[in-house]
Design a protein around this ligand. Sequence first.
Ligand code: SAH
Length: 321
Amino acid sequence: MNFASLTKEDLAGLLALEDFTPVYEQADQIRREAKGNQVHIRAILEFSNHCKRGCLYCGLNRRNQNVSRYRMKPEEILLTARSAYKAGYQTLVLQSGEDPYFKTDLLAELVKEIASWGMAVTVSCGEIRPAYGPLKKAGASRYLLKHETADALLYNRLHPEGSLADRIICLKELKALGFETGSGFMVGLPGQTLETLAEDLLLLKKLNCDMAGIGPFIPHPATPLKEAVPGSPELTKRCVALARILLPHCHLPATTALGVMDGREKETVFSCGANVVMRKVTPEPYKSLYEIYPAHLEPTDIPKDRALLEEQILALGRIPI
Ligand code: SAH
C-alpha cells in the first residue's frame, strides 16, 4: 500500500483491520528513521482550572459546580517551572482552562522568564487568539490546541461556545505566526465513527501539524457524557500509528502515562510510533483539582518522577531527553 496517499476510506479500513501488527511495524520503522530512538519528556504544569467554556466532555467545564477552582500564583508557577528545569526537563507545557484572569501581559511575562533560562515553552490555554502574537514574541515556541474532532456537527454539539471552523482558524494562525503547532483529537467520543477518525487523521496532515496529541475519551462523572462508553486504548494506539505514517516528522506523545500501565502495555507504549511522553509537574493540591477526566494520580515529586520515567524509557531501549 502507498502510505503517502492514504484516503479516508483507506484509513478507516486500516483502523478496522483484524491484525494491525504490520501497520504498527511500519509506524515504528518510520518513527525510527524520522525521529530516532529518543523519547522527549515534557513537563506539563496545569496552572489554572478556571474555564469559561462548557465543553461537554471536560470535567473543568464551567457548569461543573463540584470542582474547587484554583489559580496558581505567578511566583508558584515560576518556582515549579524552575524545579522542573533543574530536574532536567527541557520543555515546559503551560496548560490551563480558558481563564480570562491570565491576561496576555501576565502570561507573556511568565513565558519570557521561563524561556530566558533556556527552557522551551509550550502554551496550551485554548482559543486566546489575540494573545498568540505576544506569546510568540515573549519566547513561546510551541502551542498545543487540539481540534478535538474533525466532524463539524459533533464538534459543535460538544462545544456550545465554539465551532470547528474557529478552532481551525486558530490553528492556522498559530502556524502562520511560526509556532510549532500541535493539534490532536479524542478517540471514542460518542457518535464518532472510524470514518470520523480517518478525517481526524487527514486534518492533522492538512494542517501539517508539528505535534499531535491523540488520546482516548474518558467519561467524567460531572459532565453530560458521564454515561458514555470510554474510548478504546487499542484504537487510540492505531490512530497514533497512522498519524506517524501520515506525518513522519510529527511529535507524537504516548497516550497514557507509563506509570499507570501494566507490564505488557508498558513494553508497547512507544512501539506504535510515539516519541514523546508528558509528565505532570503540577503540585498538590492543584494536580488533583485539574480533573479534565478521572484518573488516579500520585502527588508530584518532580526529580523522583523524572528519574523513574528516564529509567523506564531506558529499560525499553530508548533514549530519554
Ligand atoms: N483549554 C485548553 C486545554 C484543554 S484540556 C484548550 O482548550 O486547548 C487538554 C485536552 O484534554 C483537551 O484538548 C481534550 O482533548 C482533553 N480532554 C478533555 N476532557 C477529556 C475527557 N473527558 N477525556 C479525554 N480527554 C479529555
